[in-house]
Ligand binder design. Structure first.
Ligand SMILES: *[C@@H]1O[C@H](CO)[C@@H](O)[C@H](O)[C@H]1NC(C)=O
Ligand SMILES: *[C@@H]1O[C@H](CO)[C@@H](O)[C@H](O)[C@H]1NC(C)=O
Ligand SMILES: *[C@@H]1O[C@H](CO)[C@@H](O)[C@H](O)[C@H]1NC(C)=O
Ligand SMILES: *[C@@H]1O[C@H](CO)[C@@H](O)[C@H](O)[C@H]1NC(C)=O
Ligand SMILES: CC(=O)N[C@H]1CO[C@H](CO)[C@@H](O)[C@@H]1O
Length: 574
């Protein structure tokens, strides 16, 4: 709706100058709306993705933001953005470091560009490394990679930078990938049968192959994971983790800060079980740069690894190589959040409270701190360095609509309506009961009305539609010209609040050419506030206004009044 209003306003700014005088309709009433092309409101049936706290989204227009359904902010300076729309299109923008936008070039772009090479694909999950490189799985379970590739983290057998998405087939062709995770320069994927494949940078054994040679193509992580069913994966900067369906955690890779939780600091070239978690069933694992968080099936959090910024939430800054409980509050924790490029930790409780700790905008927060946020994503948007998404942002599938949102959605819905208005040959679908509840006029006029269709000739289609829509939404989105027609209607139906909204809109559209027309409308519809506003405007632009055709054609009485009032305020003094 905002975008509609904005585009209407833009349209008006351009066109106002040519709308010198209002046209008269059959009733002889002012109805400037006839000259303006009606703009159809399309009500989105889904909630908007809340991206307000991510600065990079200010590069997108309101109209673009409305369509966003999934998004990922990445890059070493959070300068890259990938998002999908309601139409399943993928857009990217940003500095395009190493061609990580996948567009086939290394041009930076401040405007969203569509990633056509993935057209028709829907994203199930996505992760990114520090190069950056991208690993994406589609809802069909296919994997695409692109971006930085110096360590073979794209898994296509080469180390050439990947400027366009590469579809990995080797070793994954018969597999359905359901989760992806990237370390700084290595990649991990989880398949629907609980197998983990890894490739890329191997300096510390993070690929789990048992060697430190870079892994150029996907290779199944075996060893003691061979016969396990993995249900969740995560990567720290140079380490890898897997949770299996029995609640055990397996870890491999770099361990210099104790991030593997094994009580040691030696790297692990192959998966190893975190024995200290004996008897504790883990559901999820999340890795920061060099620290690890796990969430148990009882809603408790354990942390281990590097703690220079208090990211373990233990109240001090000493590294821990064994799992250490994080005391957040009595309420269960339902979500943990960390990202391989940051030293920030976050958690959400069952009661909806969001906590953060670790590196928060340069400060070290050593104990979980209650925020006013409602999502852990906001912690990363506002406090992480770099401010990147720790997961793919998505519109919640079970998003609850408020009463107001539900009503908004039902306006002009032929499937649920029990009444339609026929205006200018077009139908507007509404609900009798809602009109009766919302408008005095309809309470009486629809009282014994058995019809399901009402013809309306007194008002134009855009005006009548805006009126009915107002009854569902409490707001209007019209051009200032159309608002004059709606002001007429609001006066006629004695809708005082609507009248006020119309006046606000009309004021925003005043210019020298239409000032007299708007003044006449204000007088005619007894809109004193608007009248005073238009009068002031005319006085302040008197020379030009008196030369407009609107002034020349001004009604005699109105002109007399105008001149006498203008002289009273001293407009004709030299
Ligand atoms: C791997 O990706 C690079 C960069 O896009 C490309 O040059 C190369 O041909 C690809 N290799 C294969 C085997 O497809
Ligand atoms: C993956 O591909 C390589 C080379 O084609 C092969 O050696 C390896 O056994 C394959 N399978 C797994 C599960 O890694
Ligand atoms: C903890 O780990 C950090 C690396 O993140 C390291 O710089 C620091 O020296 C370690 N502290 C101790 C006491 O080992
Ligand atoms: C830091 O906190 C942990 C967990 O409470 C504790 O085990 C450890 O002894 C503390 N270290 C210091 C130096 O106080
Ligand atoms: C850091 C490291 O050990 N890198 C090794 C990765 O594998 C390649 C061979 O593919 C070695 O040359 C690197 O030394």
């Amino acid at each position: 709706m905002v975008s509609l209003a904005l585009s209407v306003l833009k349209y008006c700014r351009l066109n106002l100058k040519c709308l010198l005088m209002p046209v008269k309709d059959e009733r002889g009433d002012l109805d400037v709306s006839k000259v303006v092309k009606p703009v159809q409101a399309t009500l989105s049936s889904l909630k908007m993705l809340d991206v307000g706290k991510w600065p990079i989204f200010s590069l997108c227009s309101e109209a673009e933001l409305q369509l966003v359904r999934q998004a990922c902010v990445f890059g070493s300076a959070s300068n890259e953005l990938l998002y999908t729309t309601v139409n399943d299109e993928i857009f990217v923008l940003g500095t395009n470091c190493c061609g990580c936008l996948g567009l086939g070039d290394v041009q930076s772009t401040i405007e969203p560009r569509r990633l056509d090479s993935l057209s028709g694909k829907k994203i199930a999950c996505l992760s990114y490394g520090s190069g950056p490189h991208i690993v994406l799985a589609t809802t069909e379970g296919e994997v695409f990679t692109w971006g930085h590739n110096a360590y073979s983290q794209l898994g296509n057998g080469t180390t050439n930078a990947g400027l366009v998405p590469y579809h990995i087939s080797t070793n994954l062709s018969n597999k359905q990938v359901i989760e992806v995770a990237c370390g700084s320069y290595h990649s991990l994927v989880l398949t629907s049968d609980g197998e983990v494949f890894a490739w890329g940078y191997n300096n510390s054994g993070q690929v789990g192959s048992g060697s430190t040679a870079n892994q150029p193509i996907p290779r199944r992580v075996t060893g003691c994971l061979q016969s396990k069913v993995v249900v969740n994966i995560a990567c720290g900067q140079m380490c890898s983790m897997a949770v299996v369906n029995t609640g055990e955690v397996f870890v491999w890779g770099y361990n210099g800060n104790g991030q593997l939780g094994l009580g040691s600091s030696g790297n692990q070239p192959t998966p190893c079980r975190v024995a200290a978690l004996q008897g504790i069933r883990v559901q999820r694992v999340a890795c920061g740069y060099a620290h690890t968080l796990v969430l148990t099936d009882e809603g408790q959090v354990y942390a281990w690894g590097a703690n220079s910024y208090g990211q373990l939430g233990t109240g001090n800054k000493s590294n821990q190589s064994y799992p250490t409980p994080v005391v957040v509050e009595k309420d269960r924790i339902i979500e943990i959040a960390a990202c391989h490029s940051a030293h920030t930790s976050a958690a959400k409780t069952q009661g909806g409270h969001v906590y953060m700790w670790g590196q928060c905008r340069g400060q070290s927060v050593t104990l979980p701190h209650l925020t006013h946020f409602s999502s852990t994503d906001d912690v990363f948007a506002c406090f992480a360095t770099p401010a990147v998404t720790w997961r793919l942002l998505s519109v919640e599938p079970d998003d609850h609509l408020t009463v107001a949102e539900s009503l908004k959605r039902e306006f002009d819905n032929p499937n649920t309506a029990d009444l339609k208005f026929l205006v200018d040959g077009k139908y507007i679908y509404v609900h009798k009961v809602l009109l009766k509840i919302r408008c005095e006029h309809f309470r009486s006029s629809l009282e014994d009305n058995e019809d399901d269709i009402v013809e309306m000739s007194e008002f134009s289609y855009p005006v009548y539609r805006a009126f009915l829509e107002y009854l569902y939404t409490d707001s209007i989105s019209l051009s200032p010209e159309e608002a004059v027609g709606l002001l007429d209607l609001a006066t006629f139906y004695r809708e005082n609040r609507l009248k006020k909204l119309c006046q606000q809109t009309i004021k925003q559209g005043i210019c020298e050419e239409n000032a007299i027309a708007l003044l006449s409308a204000a007088v005619k519809y007894e809109a004193q506030d608007l009248e005073e506003f238009c009068f002031r405007f005319c006085i302040n632009h008197l020379t030009v206004v008196t030369q407009t055709s609107g002034f020349a054609e001004m009604d005699h009485d109105l002109l007399k009044n105008f001149i006498s009032k203008a002289s009273r305020v001293g407009a004709f003094k030299n």
